[in-house]
Design a binder for this molecule. Structure first.
Ligand SMILES: Cc1cc2nc3c(=O)[nH]c(=O)nc-3n(C[C@H](O)[C@H](O)[C@H](O)COP(=O)(O)OP(=O)(O)OC[C@H]3O[C@@H](n4cnc5c(N)ncnc54)[C@H](O)[C@@H]3O)c2cc1C
Length: 343
């Protein structure tokens, strides 16, 4: 039986690892990059691009029997998938292509996202010559990036956030500590405004404020591209274009297609931890499905979120509490090592 896994991120790489050497299954992993990349450490690359080498692991070093294709997936249908190079039929499909991080500006020159090592290395290079840095979005990524840059460089950092507090999906206490930290590092914070336009190196907010900046880091959230999918009915998608799954993580109306990670419509934070817990259920269910056994069920387990604020400070956020200090950042560092070591 042929199993095709699309995307080797938090979910896909662990599904591949768990199915490696599984005997009867012929497994193919397709990713546009030849390596797994630990995204939670990307903010660190803004000031230390060399660190990239430490947060990637090549698939060929931890997969023995899985066929690895370094190709871009361009089309997914209920029967086969296409990459830039070929068309592949499958018996079972695992979709774990993660999220997109779109930039909502026409002129994207010197505007970057923190969504892959290569993009952040490009940003870091551009930042060398910059004195003013604008960060758009004060969620998890924007806040961590602002802390990283403000704590390690002399740049003038401005952060514009469309909500009344930073990391607003976290407890108020977490927002308070994050805001206090960023202000202590001289970050200029602008709340309840959106960046809606740009004229040369001036960025215009919804309130008409103009902010000059050499570099802009866009971190306003996730989106999902439905155009990749053909021949799937509307009921497979939510309004946000995430994929609807049942509690066995099967795509609606397509029992031989499993979906994991950020792309699912499950009502939970889109985190590496959740994508990893999907990978466990999916790997088991792929084997069970191939043997016509009953399938395992995914259940949500909330765990604390570790937020880093530079190298020495961070936050543990677990509703309704938030604990600041050096321990969260140390734990986050250990999680990075553990995630790469177990592959
Ligand atoms: C900057 C940043 C910081 C984060 N911090 C944290 C954190 O502190 N804690 C936490 O738990 N989570 C964090 N997250 C979220 C976490 O990384 C994601 O929830 C997780 O990576 C989702 O896993 P996934 O398997 O769904 O997709 P991903 O890990 O995004 O993997 C998707 C894979 O698909 C590949 N791919 C995409 N499109 C194609 C295509 N067309 N063709 C071929 N390959 C393709 C990509 O190369 C990638 O390898 C962070 C994310 C970012 C970007």
């Amino acid at each position: 039986m042929r199993v095709v896994i699309l995307g080797g991120g938090f979910c896909g790489s662990m599904v591949a690892k768990r199915l490696d050497n599984s005997g009867e299954l012929d497994v193919i992993l397709i990713d546009k990059e030849p390596y797994f990349e630990y995204y939670p450490s990307l903010p660190k690359l803004t000031t230390d691009p060399e660190y990239h080498e430490k947060i990637i692991k090549r698939y060929s070093t931890f997969l023995e029997d899985v066929e690895i294709l370094t190709e871009k997936v361009v089309k997914v249908t209920p029967d086969n998938i296409s990459t830039t190079e070929r068309k592949i039929d499958f018996d079972i499909l695992v979709i774990s292509l993660g999220a997109d991080y779109p930039i909502y500006l026409d002129n994207k020159k010197n505007v970057f996202t923190v969504s892959s090592g290569e993009k952040v290395k490009e940003l870091s290079k551009r930042m060398e010559k910059a004195s003013d840095v604008l960060i758009v979005g004060g969620g998890l990524i924007g806040t961590e990036v602002a802390a990283e840059i403000a704590s390690k460089t002399e740049k003038n950092v401005t952060l514009v956030h469309s909500h009344e507090r930073l990391i607003e999906r976290n407890p108020k206490m977490a927002s308070f500590f994050a805001e206090r930290y960023l202000r202590s590092k001289g970050v200029r914070l602008i709340f309840d405004e959106k960046v809606v336009d740009r004229e040369d190196d001036e960025y215009v907010t919804s309130e008409g404020r103009r902010i000059r900046s050499d570099v802009c880091i866009w971190s306003t959230g996730l989106s999902f591209d439905r155009s990749l999918f053909r021949g799937f009915g509307d009921p497979c998608f939510t309004e946000r274009n995430t994929l609807k799954v049942n509690n066995h993580l099967q795509l609606k109306d397509h029992p031989n297609i499993f979906v994991g990670g950020d792309m699912t419509d499950i009502d939970e934070e889109k985190t590496g931890h959740n994508a990893d817990s999907h990978s466990r259920v999916i790997a088991d269910n792929v084997i069970r499905f191939s043997k016509s056994l009953s399938l395992k069920t995914h259940s949500n387990v909330r765990i604390p979120l570790f937020i880093s604020l530079g190298d020495l400070n961070g936050l543990i956020s677990f509703d309704p509490l938030a604990i600041p200090g050096p321990v969260p950042v140390l734990l986050k560092h250990l999680l990075e090592k553990a995630a790469l070591l177990r592959l």
